[in-house]
Design a protein around this ligand. Structure first.
Ligand SMILES: Nc1ncnc2c1ncn2[C@@H]1O[C@H](COP(=O)(O)OP(=O)(O)OP(=O)(O)O)[C@@H](O)[C@H]1O
Ligand SMILES: [Mg+2]
Length: 411
């Protein structure tokens, strides 16, 4: 699939942008702080309803527009896309809520409105219409950062493909909040334990689906990543795995002493029970029961997919803790290339690639591997301050666009 046209209004340093985009590789180049990353962010935001950089939507709105005397400031992002069979239009509006009377021009909040083919839809319904793979230099944090980073990656990636997962996860998070509120009320003796089972049962059903779908996702993605890493990037020298670490265990559990799978084996355990969700719900239920007094004391549910993690492993060791910087970079590159194949296998269509300044960080061999996979995709948008780092062959194939202070000039 590819974007045929992108239109931005009041988004970051783009006051107004109308841009036709061709198929094939597109190289966005220009000096620092001109709007290259902002353009990729806009596309990613439309595809996933999340920003990789901003903490809140207000940051996305053009500063000048936000300061203006307009009664209501609206940010607008529109992408027209074409797949092999059809075309779609995705739109996101960021509409300023009533201006605050005190502290004018500060702390505005924005309401989001999503449109698919000009019809209002839930934000969630936008997901999957335009599929992207984003590759940023800071993706190395998937190895070295917190579990929250890794869960976020898993959720955003899987939500682009699996609407059931996305809905289930959103419901799970709501029920989790409700259950935690009840746990706190029990601790403060404001309510009895009899209300808890309603929430616990819902949590178990929803949570088990999340566990199972994540296990399948990571197993499939691991196969693709491992193959690329082994065959293309390390010439058969190293073999990595993505290992799912679901929070479906407690220390010294009484469930089945002796035969209980180790935390690192739980992903495989879930894989072998794909069609038997009752075995998973049963385990989850027992563990919640075992940790009930801890959970009441803490006022929070300590077992469940909201505490999941996953890791890259090389010969049974975590690459995040033990890998060299170069090994870590190679693993991330393999993951991203694996993600492209994983999406293509599932949808029959290649996702749009968004690569922000990553080519500069790669050595010759890895750069060649990445660029050759790019030339196979339908559309890839790359940014660079210096087009000189690309090979002549690549530059001949790519459409070059210069980004200058919120404007894009096609060369
Ligand atoms: N809400 C906003 N309104 C207006 N300008 C903004 C807003 N948010 C960020 N900017 C500005 O947009 C400019 C371009 O940022 P961007 O990150 O896209 O640059 P870039 O071309 O990727 O540069 P680099 O090569 O340094 O990565 C920056 O100067 C930034 O301060
Ligand atoms: Mg940038």
């Amino acid at each position: 699939m590819h974007i045929t046209h992108l239109s931005l209004t009041n988004f970051r340093n783009y006051g107004r942008l109308e841009l036709a985009l061709p198929q094939g590789p597109i190289l966005l180049y220009g000096n620092n702080a001109q709007g290259k990353t902002n353009l990729l962010e806009a596309i990613y935001y439309l595809a996933t309803t999340r920003s990789p950089h901003a903490d809140n939507d207000a940051q996305l709105i053009n500063w000048d527009a936000a300061q203006s005397e307009e009664p209501v400031v609206v940010g607008r992002l529109v992408a027209n896309i074409a797949t092999a069979q059809q075309t779609h239009q995705l739109e996101m509006r960021l509409i300023q809520e009533q201006k605050p009377t005190i502290a004018r021009n500060r702390n505005f909040s924005f309401r989001r409105q999503a449109l698919l083919d000009r019809r209002k839809v839930r934000l969630m319904d936008l997901l999957g219409a335009m599929r992207v793979v984003l590759f940023l230099p800071e993706d190395i944090q998937l190895l070295t950062g917190s579990p929250a980073n890794r869960r976020r990656y898993m959720d955003i990636t899987l939500c682009q493909i699996d609407p059931v997962y996305c809905r289930t996860l959103s419901n799970y998070n709501k029920v989790l909040e409700q259950r935690n509120a009840v746990l706190r009320q029990i601790a403060e003796e404001q309510t009895g334990r009899d209300v808890l089972p309603i929430f616990t049962e819902k949590l178990i059903t929803l949570g088990s689906t999340v566990f199972l779908r994540r296990a399948k996702f990571l197993a499939d993605l691991s196969r693709e990543t491992q193959r690329i890493h082994y065959e293309t990037l390390t010439e058969g020298r190293e073999s990595i795995r993505l290992v799912y670490l679901p929070r479906l265990h407690v220390k010294r559990s009484k469930i089945s002493p002796g035969s209980d799978p180790k935390p690192t084996e739980l992903g495989d355990w879930l894989e072998t029970h794909q069609g038997q969700s009752e075995i998973v719900t049963d385990r989850f239920a027992k563990l919640l029961q075992e940790s009930l007094s801890t959970d009441i004391a803490r006022g929070a549910t300590t077992i469940g997919p909201h505490r999941d993690d996953w890791s890259f492993q090389l010969n049974g060791r975590s690459l995040g803790s033990f890998g060299s910087r170069g090994q870590q970079r190679t693993a991330i590159l393999a993951l991203k290339m694996g993600e492209i194949n994983w999406m293509t296998n599932l949808t029959g269509e290649r996702p749009i690639l968004l690569l922000d300044e990553v080519v500069a960080e790669l050595d010759e061999q890895r750069r060649t591997a990445l660029l050759s996979s790019i030339t196979e995709t339908t559309q890839a948008i790359l940014t660079a301050t210096d087009p000189g780092m690309f090979t002549d062959t690549f530059l001949q194939q790519a459409t070059r666009m210069e980004v200058e202070n919120g404007r894009v000039n096609v060369m």
